[in-house]
Write a protein that binds this ligand. Sequence first.
Ligand code: BTN
Length: 247
Amino acid sequence: MNSPWKVKYIPKTESTQTDLKTGYISGKFDPGQVLVALSQSQGRGRLNHEWCSPLGNLAMSLILKIPQEFGNRAYQYNLLAGLTVRNILDNEFGQKALIKWPNDVFLDGKKLGGILSEAITRGSESVVVIGIGINLNSTADDFPEALRPHLTTLRDATGQIHDLKNLVTRFLTCFDDVLNEYHSQGFSKLKNRIEDRLLWRGQKTEIWDEWGQKQNGILTGLDESGFLLLRDDKNNLIRILAGDICF
Ligand code: BTN
């Protein structure tokens, strides 16, 4: 089967995510476009955080068309991209990565990658622009000192340099499989696979929720939509729609 993805590699840019978003709105790029930059000067993360990607890491964004019946579930694509990264790390690199809900990929308790998903429309068409950053061939020493204790790279974890283009191809092939399963069978089974690899599952956690309130409880898993479930000390189940897990 032909790949639905059109991949473009560029040496550097401010942000592949911004490039694809503005390019989609102006009509320069269409669904299926993938942009990979060898370095970014103004990479963006979730909650307006800066994303630092020294040379040698993966900085990639793609435009995915959302079928009409999935239009109000754009946030689930974020989780599916995280599941895909986790699958590749497991199957291709033998690394047991965990997903820190909703969008971080963790290895050995440190951040290895992150995913940023932004839903936009052009006329009647809805797409989600998904940005994937993975610390690949740099080492923690290539990052600003303050970040070093909190991150890892695949090179640091495996002691090897990895082929960037191979990682891109693997990601897109595996993502296609995940998307086909999602569009044909729904979220339920995929949700279970995400839950199996949820960081801090079963542990007491503290979360800043979407209202900026701190919530405490045992992280029990995800609900049927992919939102996070916490059980508080009064045994109430709290559903978190968006937020940031502190620990
Ligand atoms: C996060 O951890 O909050 C998400 C990080 C997403 C980073 C990627 S790198 C490729 C794409 N371009 C960006 O500016 N951001 C995303």
